[in-house]
Design a protein around this ligand. Sequence first.
Ligand SMILES: [Zn+2]
Length: 124
Amino acid sequence: MSGQLTQDDVAHFAALLDAREASDRAQAERLTVDIAEVTAAARDIPADDEHDPEGSTATLERAREVALLVSTEKALANIAAARERLQAGTYGRCTSCGNPIPRERLEIRPEAPYCVSCAAKHSS
Ligand SMILES: [Zn+2]
């Protein structure tokens, strides 16, 4: 893909972004519920029992889910930004260097804001 997106491309990537957003939103909701449950369960563990194996498992599990929730919310923000670029006609170009993002990359990560080399620099 070099240059302008066709109307078909715009519709195609809009559909990919919609699907991506739906699954990320479902995941964020599930994680939010899980984190609330783990937090509530942790409250039942006596505070002076720090070495309780169940307690540390719950803490680890919560930390893992919180980290996943943060990255899911970041993905949702990237999806919203990608949709704006799609409407603005700048979709498919790296937001950092302006070079085209390979189509194969967009098929896998339709919300990707950077080309491969800029993504490595920004480590996202
Ligand atoms: Zn770039």
